[in-house]
Ligand binder design. Structure first.
Ligand code: ADP
Ligand code: MG
Length: 228
């Protein structure tokens, strides 16, 4: 079996709330191999977003372990964990979360600047990425001047800025119509073909079927995994 890019082992995530603790994840184990493509489906509130946040090292499990490229994330120093998030992981959200004052170009360039990439390399990489998502002609536009599908393609280009090994997408077509959603799904397919591991949470059965591996969640647990 190929080496895992990320692996959750017996992961739980409990949110302590005034009205009582909420168990968002209960003993979840999931191994994502390098270059793998899987989709996660399940009813609203079953823990899909929480699982993505844990896999993306933006949330910390209450119990269990997370290994990213065979390193125990819990024991990494903060700076190392930040570096991992910035360089190894890309996130795409339902609502895009582009910075509204920045152009498409600047949104894609920003994470590269944060990673200390030299200006000439940033320029080349940004041009290449906007071209990859079919938006070279929109480089100078701000998000308010773009359609939803275009904003999501810019967000994907941004997520790819530092050549992550893992792309995590949380309902990336949730705000899009069928045609533009299809374009975004095509882009995720292409990313997978180009070697990036892709994990997509989706309500869209057609999109879920595109991934070779399908994981079903319910009540904070994985109840079915075609790749397990
Ligand atoms: P999904 O993405 O499948 O809709 P989530 O992972 O967002 O589900 O949420 C799973 C459960 O955890 C829900 O009951 C939700 O209310 C709860 N939850 C998620 N995030 C938080 C949080 N930050 N604080 C408290 N409860 C949360
Ligand atoms: Mg969610």
């Amino acid at each position: 079996m190929t080496a895992p890019v990320v692996e959750a082992r017996g992961v739980s995530r409990v949110f302590p709330m005034q009205a009582g603790a909420v168990t968002a994840l209960a003993d979840v184990s999931l191994r994502v191999s390098a270059g793998e493509y899987l989709s996660i489906v399940g009813p609203s509130g079953c823990g899909k977003s929480t699982l993505l946040h844990v896999l993306g090292c933006v949330d910390v499990p209450t119990a269990g372990a997370l290994r990213f490229q065979d390193r125990d994330v819990a024991t990494l120093p903060d700076a190392e964990r930040s570096r991992l998030r910035l360089r190894e992981i890309g996130f795409v959200f339902q609502r895009f979360f582009l910075l509204p004052m920045l152009t498409a170009w600047e949104n894609v360039e920003l994470p590269q600047a944060e990673a200390g990439i030299a200006r000439a390399e940033r320029r080349a990489r940004t041009a290449e990425l906007l071209d990859y998502v079919g938006l070279a002609a929109r480089a100078g536009h701000r998000p308010s001047e773009l359609s939803g599908g275009e904003m999501q393609r810019v967000a994907i280009a941004r997520a790819l800025a530092n050549r992550p090994r893992l792309l995590l997408a949380d309902e990336p077509t949730g705000e899009l119509d069928q045609t533009t959603g299809g374009q975004v799904a095509d882009l995720l397919d292409r990313l997978h073909h180009d070697g990036t591991a892709v994990v997509v949470v989706t309500h869209d059965a057609v999109m879920a079927e595109r991934a070779p591996r399908l994981v079903h969640m319910r009540d904070g647990r994985i109840v079915e995994d075609s790749g397990a």
